[in-house]
Design a binder for this molecule. Structure first.
Ligand SMILES: [Zn+2]
Length: 248
């Protein structure tokens, strides 16, 4: 019918105008792609997708702590396993600030899809976890920003990995100054007793996946891991979108 053709043409025009690659500006869709949109690629074209600098999880066996330079750069950590998607390089140097400070919430599902995909491809089944948690913000920071970026990433990841997620277990009790430019030991001093458990962990929680956007010195994730281990958790996996590579 003629009106159906008109609507379809209009729909295609709207879709094409809305779907430019976030990085290069090329159109994401052509006619035969209108019906499919892989979740991790809804924002970027396939050539930009292949350019994303993902860690080679095979070489490090799905754990960045197997990489001697990373292990050496993260002294005194309480977590057991570190899984990050990418070093903090483009396009993440553009995406993470946009996500964190400019409210580009659609990026959360891109990060979650990529992380879950990589996790399922590279991490052994024996590493299956019992619970997903996210690094909390202090209430005052949350009130200013209006959201917790780690929570926005953790929620879809837990769903994709089919694991329970609880955003109300961990709370941040101490308000910290910005950690930018501080050394690892300064950060550790600031963070001492900065977190607490608002309620008991579910029975038999042995392995927890803790999610944050970026891992830099590891001190925040480590402080939370220490608390969780004191509460009886045997293994903590830290899962982040990016890792700021140590300066060599
Ligand atoms: Zn592109």
């Amino acid at each position: 019918m003629e009106w159906q053709t008109k609507i379809q043409t209009l729909y295609k025009k709207i879709l094409l105008s809305l779907s430019q690659c976030d990085l290069c500006g090329n159109n994401l869709y052509n006619d035969d792609l209108l019906s499919r949109s892989p979740p991790s690629q809804t924002l970027i074209c396939s050539s930009c997708f292949t350019d994303i600098p993902l860690f080679n999880q095979k070489i490090i066996q799905g754990d960045l702590l197997n990489w001697p330079a990373i292990n050496k750069a993260l002294p005194k950590i309480y977590f057991d396993h570190l899984f990050c998607l990418s070093p903090y390089l483009a396009p993440f140097t553009q995406w993470l600030p946009q996500f964190k400070y400019q409210g580009r919430f659609e990026l959360a599902s891109v990060f979650a899809n990529l992380l879950a995909q990589q996790w399922q491809n590279s991490v052994l089944k024996s590493s299956s976890a019992d619970l997903v948690l996210s690094v909390p913000l202090h209430i005052s920071k949350w009130q200013i920003r209006g959201y917790n970026q780690a929570h926005l990433i953790a929620k879809p990841i837990a769903k994709l990995l089919q694991l329970p997620y609880d955003e109300s277990i961990l709370i941040r009790t101490k308000k910290n100054k910005s950690q930018v430019g501080q050394t690892g030991s300064q950060r550790r001093d600031n963070l001492a007793k900065a977190f607490m458990l608002a309620k008991k962990l579910p029975c038999n929680t042995k392995h927890i996946i803790l999610i944050d956007d970026v891992l830099t010195t590891g001190s925040t994730a480590s402080e939370i891991s220490k608390l969780l281990k004191q509460a009886g958790v045997a293994k903590i996996t830290v899962l982040t979108v990016c890792l700021t590579l140590p300066k060599s």
